[in-house]
Design a protein around this ligand. Structure first.
Ligand code: PLP
Length: 396
């Protein structure tokens, strides 16, 4: 087969790969403890599901405006106005198939051949591939492990090239759990504005913060309207990964261009999903309760998991400030043999854990940081305890 070079340059998603391998093992009868997933292990709140059922009953099942219903875009804009004094109105919001489509489409709208786009390392797997698909070149900005992989303005300055046109920043950060210091976010946005770069901010984990303070780039959008593009999602906040709903917020010309592309690519997000998302925003008290329930459980698991990981031989884990991921450095194992597998990097280490203990973790190489593996704690405390027991057995 002949494929377009655009497609051939893109790698398969490594995190989906782990889910698939673990699923195949499970199908063959093995009790795999899957610490790979990047999605909440909670059900969507009842009141959100009920809104979807009502929408179907009311035959709210047709095309909507390609950029989302006015009601939903208004509710999203209103949330950011209320929480962060953002200047956006419904015309500055595009409802998308998850935060993923918001980012992908914003990148397609803004970057092209000849442009460099900065990506802090470790990064979410899709960032470099999305940039590559646009024709632009991903340029990596390493962050300091000693600083908990928290991006600083100095990291950004150090990576800048003459062709830089923008940066993709994610905080709280997948995979490291780093929550970037508010002062640094502000400095980076100022730097971008001064250089004429776009600041694309992915805050898909904004509600999952354990330590430190999350600053939304929305707070800087009034001062730097032409610089800030924000991507958010209902996936993690409301445990709605399968519903596929997120959004982009940006200055009107940017939002309109994103909307134009969405209109030709997918059109609107499922109408029923939009009705459910609207309900989540219209009932902030119930939503806050549902989010707090999840956050409290993640906090409980984190309190168990991080010390337990640090007690494993050859593991070093900085407590994540946010998200539901731990990102331990396991490089002390490289050059050794684990359960018969020669470990040389994060891929072989992950394979050794899967083969030797039926514990699935995601190799850090997928995120550009080969010293580490990502361990999701979006799984029950009982399963985490069992996983740690198996790891202790394997690594003893
Ligand atoms: N951004 C980050 C950092 C993520 O981890 C994810 C999902 O894992 C997304 C964006 C996109 O999620 P969704 O498309 O479900 O909103």
């Amino acid at each position: 087969m002949r494929f377009a070079s655009r497609a051939s340059r893109v790698a398969a998603s490594a995190t989906l790969e782990v889910m698939r391998t673990a699923a195949a093992l499970r199908a063959s009868g093995v009790d795999v403890l899957d610490l790979g997933p990047g999605e909440p292990d909670f059900p969507t709140p009842e009141f959100v599901k009920e809104a979807a059922v009502r929408a179907i009953g009311a035959n709210f099942t047709r095309y909507t405006d390609a950029v989302g219903t006015l009601e939903l875009r208004s509710a999203i804009a209103e949330r950011y106005r209320r929480e962060w004094k953002a200047p956006w109105g419904p015309g500055d919001v595009v409802v998308t198939n998850g935060g993923k489509q918001a980012l992908h489409t914003a990148i397609l709208a803004l970057f092209e051949e000849g442009d460099d786009v900065l990506i802090p390392v470790p990064y979410w797997v899709s960032f470099p591939e999305m940039v590559t698909l646009s024709g632009a070149r991903p340029v990596f900005a390493p962050t300091s492990q000693a600083n908990g992989f928290r991006l600083t303005a100095a990291d950004v300055e150090a990576a800048a090239t003459p062709a830089t046109r923008g940066i993709l920043v994610n905080s709280p950060t997948n995979p490291s759990g780093a929550v970037i210091e508010p002062a640094e976010i502000e400095k980076i946005v100022r730097l971008c504005a001064a250089r004429g770069w776009m600041f694309l901010f992915d805050e898909c984990y904004d509600r999952f913060v354990f330590e430190g303070t999350h600053l939304s780039a929305a707070a800087l959008a009034a001062e730097f309207p032409e610089t800030v593009v924000l991507a958010g999602t209902f996936s993690k906040t409301y445990a709605m990964t399968g519903w596929r709903v997120g959004y982009a917020c940006a200055a009107r010309p940017v939002a309109e261009m994103i909307g134009r592309l969405v209109g030709h690519a997918t059109s609107n997000v499922c109408s029923v999903t939009q009705a459910a998302a609207l309900e989540a925003l219209r009932r902030p008290d119930e939503s806050a309760k549902a989010i707090e329930t999840m956050l409290a459980e993640y906090r409980r698991r984190r309190a168990f998991l991080i010390p337990a990981l640090n007690e494993l031989p050859g593991f070093r884990c900085t407590p994540p400030g946010g998200t539901f991921y731990a990102f331990p450095d396991v490089s002390a194992w490289y050059g050794k043999t684990v359960g018969g597998v020669a470990v040389t990097d994060s891929n072989s280490f992950a394979k050794a854990l899967l083969d030797g203990a039926a514990v699935a973790v995601t190799p850090g190489a997928a995120f550009g940081e080969d010293r580490c593996v990502r361990i999701s704690f979006a799984t029950s405390l009982e399963r985490l305890e069992e996983a740690l027991k198996r790891l202790r057995g394997l690594l003893a």
